[in-house]
Design a protein around this ligand. Structure first.
Ligand SMILES: Cc1cc2nc3c(=O)[nH]c(=O)nc-3n(C[C@H](O)[C@H](O)[C@H](O)COP(=O)(O)O)c2cc1C
Length: 202
């Protein structure tokens, strides 16, 4: 069993269609830890000791968030700035996260075709996630392909939220049960609900 922690960050949780449904499902998955950052720290007063201990207690760290200006919502950035301290996460003696895994589950309003060289976002979605990928690298963590919902604002009317949420639950359960194929995921740009890299149960 992998010890999995999901950090959910969405300042507009009440108005969310995609992430709120995903978060509701993630909370129900037994044997994992679910943290709602905006609920826990509405005043941004992040408890660094608590958060560092949470990281030490888990093997896989998953950030779930809507893409905001090609980055994370600000509280999740604040969390990174405060929690991933020198001497803890990186730098001299800072190897406490080494060997752990970082994964992202992101939604964006941009459709898949926008996240291409000739689309209006001009870059693939992964290009905007490089800061998080390199953060993992500096912390000696494995960074694995993100679970993505493109065109998230259109997803409810197109019936794409439910399968994405079901896929999310299956993904979380598979990580928990060591059935998620991280080697297969390594060759992927993004992970979508209809092509989860899962291994059969032993
Ligand atoms: C401040 C802000 C910035 C945003 N920036 C981006 C962006 O850079 N790229 C993108 O694809 N969508 C962007 N969006 C759209 C959100 O990602 C989208 O509303 C969200 O993923 C929908 O999920 P939800 O139903 O859970 O809220 C932005 C939205 C807001 C409010």
């Amino acid at each position: 069993m992998a010890r999995l922690i999901v950090y959910y960050a969405h300042p507009g949780h009440k108005h969310s269609q995609a992430n709120r449904a995903m978060a509701r499902e993630a909370r129900r998955v037994e044997g994992i830890t679910f943290v709602d950052l905006y609920a826990d720290y509405p005043r941004f007063d992040i408890d660094v000791d608590v958060e560092q201990q949470r990281l030490l207690d888990h093997d896989v760290v998953l950030f779930q968030f809507p893409v905001f200006w090609y980055s994370t919502p600000s509280l999740l950035k604040e969390w990174q700035d405060l929690v991933l301290e020198h001497g803890f996460a990186y730098g001299a003696g800072g190897d406490r996260l080494a060997g752990k895994t970082l994964m992202l589950a992101v939604t964006g309003a941009g459709p898949e075709e926008a996240y291409t060289e000739h689309g209006y976002q001009h870059h693939p979605l992964r290009a905007f996630l490089v800061p998080l990928q390199q953060t993992a690298c500096l912390c000696e963590m494995r960074f694995t392909a993100p679970y993505v919902l493109y065109a998230a604002l259109r997803a409810p009317s197109e019936g794409r939220v439910a399968p994405h949420v079901t896929g999310y639950r299956r993904l979380l359960e598979a990580i928990r049960d060591d059935r998620y194929d991280f080697d297969a995921a390594a060759g992927r740009e993004v992970i979508e609900h209809d092509a989860l890299p899962l291994r059969e149960a032993n």
